[in-house]
Design a protein around this ligand. Structure first.
Ligand SMILES: [Fe+2]
Length: 236
């Protein structure tokens, strides 16, 4: 089973292998890496969206690139996200290009995503849920600044070695961290964060995700039979 919500809830995260359709993966990888290369010269400069300043991680990336927005709300994501958020009333919150260039000085200390949101306490009290669905755009190998996630079940830090085309979904309350990329290759993720409530956080998406009603567009051949329609269980 790929969309294993039980395992997600137990661990506080899930590594879903081989789930991103190839054509989408290729496009998002290209756009994400190009965007990072373009914007790395803007470090420290003011920005309209997100935190208000350019830094090494590009939050609200879809405001800079239309292809990324279409990927953030891609029909195949509609088959995945509701299964873990357990609702179809979903709000867009943040989408972020996290590209580590070769030997770039860019690491994330231990954190949980909700701590940077507008209501960390409400999140910890489960008044709402946020989940970060990370598209793995390049192979994440040792030394490339791989993610380490604190497994809620074992209490141990799990190093996540992943392949391009995988997805890693992390609950907004789950601790994680990542190191510098010490390899000669680019390490790229596209992080799509959704919430069960309208976040009302200045600079970020505060809109409802309008689902696609097109029948053909929603087919993801990488999903096992019987899992394509799991999300429909959350329809009212
Ligand atoms: Fe994070």
């Amino acid at each position: 089973m790929k969309l294993d919500n039980k395992l997600f809830k137990k661990q506080g995260y899930i590594h879903i292998k081989d789930i991103i359709p190839a054509h989408q993966l290729k496009r998002v990888r290209k756009e994400s890496i190009n965007l990072k290369r373009d914007k790395v010269s803007e470090l420290g400069k003011p920005r309209e969206f997100g935190t208000g300043q350019y830094w090494r991680g590009l939050e609200m990336a879809s405001k800079l690139n239309e292809t990324l927005f279409m990927s953030y709300i891609a029909p195949f994501m509609q088959q995945i996200v509701p299964v873990f958020l357990e609702t179809i009333d979903i709000y867009l919150f943040n989408d972020q290009v996290v590209v580590k260039l070769p030997h770039e000085d860019f690491a994330f200390p231990e954190h949980y995503d909700n701590q940077y949101g507008p209501d960390p306490e409400g999140a910890l009290n489960n008044e709402f849920k946020t989940i970060n669905f990370m598209w793995v755009l390049t192979n994440m190998t040792k030394g490339s600044g791989i993610l380490e996630i604190k497994n809620n079940d074992t209490g141990k830090w799990d190093p996540i070695e992943a392949k391009a085309g995988d997805m890693i979904a992390i609950d907004g309350n789950t601790l994680h961290r990542s190191g510098h990329n010490t390899t000669d290759k680019v390490r790229a993720l596209y992080a799509c964060v959704y919430s069960t409530k309208k976040m009302d956080f200045e600079g970020f998406h505060n809109i409802k995700w309008k689902f696609c009603s097109c029948r053909d567009g929603i087919k993801n051949v990488l999903l096992p039979k019987g899992e394509e329609k799991l999300w429909e269980n959350y329809k009212k």
